[in-house]
Design a binder for this molecule. Structure first.
Ligand SMILES: [Zn+2]
Length: 178
């Protein structure tokens, strides 16, 4: 998938968050955007950025089972959205701990993929290889089960990005974390 994601009309911004005036859709900065006629506030839709970790132990990869729709019950890499003011490496480590109980350190960028696979998905998807440095395997808040699988006996996967990361060839240089 390529190009801009445009939300459905009912999901569009209707009021200015600064002054509460109903917005107008005006041509601004090269696109039709919600613009406040009272204070000039303009809505720019930011890309959603997600991170994932590829954690391997004894040749097996760590996967979590989705509790949430869409793709409920299917399996993915530990992953989640990056918060504002958070580095992607730290976001990846935080999501892994929240979902699997394992404390990991992001060691290497695996790949950056783009294109939403579903309306609630990410526009940009960053995957890191990560090493376990502590913790104990247990399913967290939004994961059904967590387990290690060998690549030739994977459970049903939720996303094409998961498959791409699992079967990507070649390695990038190590992370230089500050
Ligand atoms: Zn306004």
């Amino acid at each position: 998938m390529t190009g801009h994601h445009h939300p459905e009309p009912e999901q569009r911004i209707r009021f200015c968050p600064l002054c509460g005036t109903p917005v107008e859709n005006n041509f601004a900065f090269g696109e039709l955007r919600p613009v406040c006629p009272a204070c000039g506030w303009t809505y720019f839709e930011d890309p959603k950025v997600a991170v994932a970790v590829l954690v391997e132990k004894d040749g097996q990869v760590l996967l979590t089972q989705r509790l949430n729709v869409p793709f409920q019950g299917l399996w993915t890499l530990p992953a989640g959205f990056v918060n504002a003011h958070e580095s992607p490496e730290k976001a990846a480590e935080r999501e892994c701990l929240e979902e699997t109980g394992l404390i990991v350190k992001a060691t290497r960028l695996v790949d950056i993929l783009s294109g939403r696979e579903h309306p609630r998905g990410a526009d940009i998807f960053i995957a890191y290889q990560a090493e376990i440095i502590g913790g104990e395997l247990r399913a967290g808040d939004d994961a059904g089960h967590v387990a290690f699988f060998s690549r030739d006996a994977l459970p049903p996967l939720a996303f094409e990005t998961t498959r791409k990361i699992l079967f990507r060839e070649g390695q990038n240089p190590p992370c230089d974390q500050k």
